[in-house]
Ligand binder design. Structure first.
Ligand SMILES: [Zn+2]
Length: 910
């Protein structure tokens, strides 16, 4: 599944909730030796989790399901038979069926049928595994096979999980979202990933509608009363969470026929926007087949653009669902950057067809096997498919997100136990996606990409159409490489935290050397004494340094606290050394100040450059670097030739304003921003020019927003406002890459009224334009439309799935946060009633909001509120939010005096 970050909306100077994380720490003193791991330690067999069905009961062998789905109605109906294997003589066994209006069951064995009653389970079991039911019989079942017949009726779900419906322009559609455990809302089942069986599915739907499921259509039968029954071929063995249906009155588009036939489904009128994405699917499937040397695991692929979707996308086998804006490409209104994001989501979901669908996790504690791999595969596929997109930059940027979260004391390991459904749902976080991907990348570069690929091929073949665990993967990679993969991987996978490697270049007698020191990174303000004790990692450290005309590289396994390595192939003392070549390693590094400056001057490869600001930011966050020196570093970066460097400096300045909001109103700082960024901005101009390099197009909106909103450059502010207003008259007048930023800036500066935006939202907007308008609604100022936008949010004008496009900018804006929070307290119930989410409970994500506060008063007020309402299942999000707030407050306190001195100094220098 592709998760949607709380604040996925690009908003300039408002940093995202998730973007304000920790950074490295300077724990001093020697770290103890890492625990020695026996070379071939197998994990002991894991006891069943509370949410798992007993191992000695009944197992499914095959499902035959017939559902009647008419999305115009409020309920749907089903009947079906599950072939089961009975493992021991019993009168009682368990399965799942949730929120059904009616359910009747019958069990047949040896030609004799008997009715079954639905019994209750204990309160503890119901809490861990909501929807588990007991099937109770008067005559015992004997070991062997049997058949369970079921007839049921259920409502379409109201919170976008299970089987649910949505409408647009009077037409209705039904969709499914079963991960993690909501298939039980659509049909009775054994709703656990270790049970993989074939499914034979038939859907009876209105004759005018289309129906799709995991397998190709086998036959269509007309029914009386304007209905038809669509029979699908039996599926390959699947777990319940990957089963899917689509029923709708929309457009169907035929895409490429090879390597497998690809079709697209979208709401009426949006079919043409599917074309580009369908081609991407076919090209990426071909890349995957080559990478794994295995044919695509399913006979066809459908891509469905879903009107309302709680997550981002879902990898149902052979039938991938996407929220509209992550699939539909409107050639005129989609920026190149957005296209690449769409392609990345498609790559992620297609990678899952192998990682997750073909080889499935045995239980959710190995969720990372799904998500880390699918995320890592996005970069790997792009590297093969479109290397000019520089996926390595995205990789380094995603890693930053993981490292910030991972440095907090609330961080969890990548691989983590999951006892209850609530815990499983909380496990879909940035660590599982991005840290997992970063660690896999590090492993692949350490053992070598070819051997890594060989290991993955071995793993895929060994477990195809079955299940596997992390141990199976380590074994396959170890066999393919002959390296101690398990020893290196496990501390990264099984313990939280970010390593920091201090590096010092030593020149003198003999060849140059690098002295390395290992420790745990600790951000400021976190009271975690137990955590600065151990640095349990064996870190593959790869270095780079100039050598003649080229760059020499080498790797060493840092398996103790200090090590010295000779820079092989480097003659004389190099001008610079990079202690994390191409930023492939999952660690922060520290260099003495002048060495950092020399590196910034010398290193050229895009991934390494992407890491420079992150490493400096980590130093700021750990107190190793003070804000004045950090801003000087950003000021120097702003004059870089590379537009991407300038963009990073822009973003980093935005983050400083988030920590110290008074900077935005400080004339000295405003002038500093203009001094460092304005001439570049004027050279670029407000309007994109034909044939500009992509990195220039991406820089423009960020730079202009900084100049307008922080630099207060009148030409930027007026120019943006004029362009936004003109766009309202002429929707073709703004290029897609500047539209969201310009519209939001004009709204934030009070240059576009709420009513204008509300009316714009009523039009037939393509998805990227709708998202831009929603973001602008979220940017409206206090007393200038913000309250009206919040009121609109709770009505029907804004879809459930779109709430966060409006909420995100408000939650991320430290200045409007208190006002927003006041609204939140008063509208809590109404907001929760509208929110989508896992199992229908997205309010569990809201307490993370406390992490947006960077002052004690705000944080404490929010704490008082969340402590009173105590939302079950939100404990992790809340604890992490509190840690973020505490960290931000500490960074601010640590740097206040230095920032004041720096401001005086830049004034005096004028
Ligand atoms: Zn995923």
């Amino acid at each position: 599944m592709k998760a949607v970050h709380l604040l996925a909306v690009p908003v300039l100077v408002c940093l995202s909730l998730l973007g304000l994380g920790g950074a490295p720490g300077c724990a001093s003193g020697p770290a103890p030796h890492p625990p020695e791991l026996p070379a071939d330690a197998e994990s002991p067999p894991r006891p069943l989790a509370a949410a798992q069905l007993p191992a000695d009961g009944v197992e499914p062998l095959r499902y035959h399901l017939e559902l009647s789905i008419d999305p115009r109605q409020e309920t749907f109906a089903g009947r079906g038979t599950i072939e089961i294997r009975v493992l021991r003589r019993t009168r009682r066994f368990f399965l799942h069926a949730a929120e059904m209006k009616s359910l009747s069951l019958q069990v047949e064995q040896g030609g004799r049928a008997q009715p079954a009653t639905v019994g209750r389970v204990s309160r503890e079991v119901a809490a861990a595994d909501p929807g588990r039911i007991a099937v109770e019989l008067s005559q015992p079942l004997e070991p062997g096979t049997a058949r369970l017949h079921a007839v049921w009726q259920a409502p379409f779900d109201a919170h976008l999980s299970g089987l649910y419906r949505a409408s647009e322009a009077g037409r209705w559609y039904a969709y499914t979202q079963f991960e993690v455990a909501d298939a039980r809302k659509a049909f009775p089942c054994f709703d656990e990933p270790r049970f993989k069986t074939p499914f034979e599915i038939a859907l009876t739907v209105p004759a005018t509608m289309d129906a799709a499921s995991n397998a190709p259509v086998a036959s269509v039968e007309s029914q009386e009363g304007g209905f038809k029954t669509v029979h699908f071929e039996p599926t390959a063995k699947l777990p319940t969470y990957l089963v899917a249906f689509y029923v709708g009155d929309g457009d169907v588009v035929e895409g490429p026929k090879a390597p497998v036939p690809v079709h697209g489904f979208a709401a009426k009128g949006k079919g043409p926007l599917l074309e580009e994405a369908l081609t991407m699917h076919a090209e990426l499937i071909a890349e995957l087949e080559r990478y794994f040397d295995l044919p695509f695991p399913f006979p066809k692929l459908d891509a469905v653009a879903v009107l309302e979707f709680a997550a981002g996308a879902m990898e149902n086998a052979g039938l991938i669902t996407y929220r509209e804006e992550l699939l539909l490409i409107d050639p005129k209104h989609t920026s190149e950057k957005r296209r690449r994001q769409v392609a990345a989501v498609i790559a992620h979901e297609l990678a899952h067809q192998y990682f997750g669908d073909l080889v499935t996790l045995a239980w959710w504690d190995d969720l990372w096997l799904n998500e880390s791999f699918a995320t890592w595969m996005e970069y790997e596929l792009f590297r093969l498919w479109h290397p000019e997109w520089h996926p390595e930059i995205q990789r380094v940027e995603d890693r930053a997100y993981a490292m910030r979260a991972d440095a907090l004391p609330t961080a969890r390991p990548i691989r983590r136990p999951a006892q209850t459904l609530g815990e499983i749902e909380q496990n879909f976080d940035g660590i599982v996606y991005s840290k997992g991907a970063a660690v896999l990348h590090m492993l692949s570069r350490w053992i070598g990409p070819e051997r890594f690929q060989a290991g993955l091929r071995r793993y895929m073949r060994a477990h195809a159409y079955g299940s596997a665990t992390a141990e199976d993967l380590f074994a396959a990679l170890g066999e393919a490489s002959g390296e101690a993969v398990r020893q290196v991987a496990r501390p990264f996978i099984e313990t939280p935290g970010v390593p920091e490697v201090e590096a010092k270049l030593i020149c003198g007698e003999g060849p140059p050397r690098l002295r390395l020191k290992r420790r745990r990174y600790l951000p400021l303000g976190l009271d975690a004494p137990e955590r600065d004790a151990a640095a349990p990692w064996w870190i593959p450290v790869c270095w780079a340094a100039p050598s003649g005309e080229g760059v020499a590289r080498g790797c060493v396994l840092l398996d103790r606290d200090t090590k010295e390595v000779e820079l092989e192939g480097v003659a004389g003392c190099p001008a610079w050394v990079h202690p994390n070549a191409s930023e492939s390693g999952y660690y922060y590094w520290a260099l003495p100040g002048p060495a950092l400056a020399a590196l910034a001057e010398g290193v050229r490869d895009p991934a390494s450059r992407a890491g420079l600001v992150q490493q400096a930011e980590a130093a700021l966050d750990s107190g190793r670097l003070l804000p004045g020196a950090y801003l000087d570093f950003l000021g120097a970066l702003a004059s870089s030739e590379d537009p991407r460097d300038v963009g990073r400096a822009v973003d980093a300045v935005g983050r400083m304003v988030r920590i110290w909001p008074q900077l935005k109103h400080d004339r000295r700082f405003q002038r500093w921003v203009r001094d460092h960024f304005e001439s570049r901005g004027r050279d670029l101009g407000l309007d994109p020019k034909p044939d500009e390099p992509e990195e220039v197009r991406e820089l423009r909106p960020r730079l202009m927003v900084l100049l307008a909103r922080v630099g207060r450059a009148p030409w930027a502010l007026e120019g943006i406002a004029a362009r936004a207003r003109r766009w309202l008259e002429d929707p073709e007048s703004l290029a897609p890459e500047v539209l969201p930023a310009y519209l939001s800036t004009a709204a934030a500066e009070g240059r576009i009224a709420f009513e204008t935006l509300r009316k714009a939202l009523e039009g037939r907007l393509t998805p990227p334009v709708r998202v831009a308008v929603l973001g602008a609604l979220g940017a409206l100022p206090e007393g200038g439309g913000m309250d009206e936008a919040l009121a609109l949010l709770l009505g029907d004008a804004i879809r459930k799935q779109d709430l966060f496009y409006v909420l995100g900018p408000m939650m991320g804006d430290v200045e409007r946060l208190p006002h927003f929070f006041g609204w939140l307290k008063g509208s809590w119930r109404a907001l929760v009633a509208k929110m989508p989410g896992f199992g229908g409970r997205a309010e569990v994500r809201l307490p993370a909001l406390i992490g947006s506060f960077c002052d004690e008063a705000g944080r404490d007020e929010a704490r008082a509120f969340f402590d009173t309402i105590a939302i079950e299942g939100s404990e992790r999000a809340y604890a992490e939010g509190l840690a973020r707030a505490g960290h931000c407050i500490a960074v601010r306190r640590h740097g206040d005096a230095d920032l004041a001195r720096w401001l005086s100094r830049i004034e005096a220098a004028k």
